[in-house]
Ligand binder design. Structure first.
Ligand SMILES: *Cc1c(COP(=O)(O)O)cnc(C)c1O
Length: 204
């Protein structure tokens, strides 16, 4: 089980404390905030080697900046974004691990690839020499029972793995629904509030 500490809106000094406590994977959802924070963290804890994850929506014109700090982008939801990240990864000279973000209810407003299009996106990403498809990520839709949502996701991941056996990561579950997610096969939970307390500004 992977534990991603979601550190958005919290300062680098808090990330340093979590690192001192033994956490080694952190997630951010905004490029600008993360660029500064990852640099500050590296100065504060030069010997730490955490992995940084992008769990927010990525604008294609920010792909280059995002791959400068992110070890994994967990929100790839379109061919166009995949192509932009592949190009940026080629420029930095190192392949990029990615998760496909699945939209469990298909609501386009909330990001994520609709489930009927997920297999084609997976094939596209797997065919890119610059991206490594390591799994799938999803947020339970607000209107849906989380257990039901994660069970739909689990079925989808099961199908996807027939063609992409290396896609083993299932990132599902946040502070409020991680038990349901784990019960339905999550291998990675993304926890903010339960570790760090409430965020002052609501992050979308
Ligand atoms: C903020 C955020 C989380 C963490 O949510 P909590 O409820 O604070 O644990 C998890 N995943 C994503 C994509 C987020 O943006």
């Amino acid at each position: 089980m992977e534990l991603l500490a979601v550190t958005k809106t919290f300062p680098a000094s808090d990330v340093a404390l979590l690192s001192d406590l033994g956490l080694s994977a952190f997630a951010e959802n905004r490029d600008q905030e993360a660029s500064g924070k990852t640099a500050e963290f590296a100065e504060a804890r030069p010997d730490a080697r955490p992995s940084w994850h992008m769990v927010g929506n990525v604008q294609r014109n920010k792909a280059r900046s995002v791959v400068s700090w992110a070890d994994r982008v967990d929100t790839v939801d379109s061919v166009r974004l995949a192509d932009a990240l592949a190009k940026a990864a080629a420029q930095r000279g190192r392949p990029l691990d990615v998760l496909l973000q699945a939209s469990i209810d298909g609501d386009p407003a909330r990001g994520g690839c609709p489930l009927p299009e997920l297999a084609a996106l997976a094939d596209h990403v797997a065919g890119s020499g610059e991206l490594r498809l390591v799994g799938v990520m999803a947020v339970a839709p607000r209107e849906m029972n989380p257990a039901r949502a994660f069970s739909v996701l689990a079925d989808e991941v099961y199908r996807l793995r027939r063609d992409h056996p290396a896609a083993t990561v299932v990132s599902a579950g946040m502070s409020g629904d991680l038990e349901d997610a784990i019960a339905h096969g999550s291998t990675c939970v993304r926890v903010g509030t339960a570790l760090l307390g409430g965020r002052r500004l609501a992050s979308p």
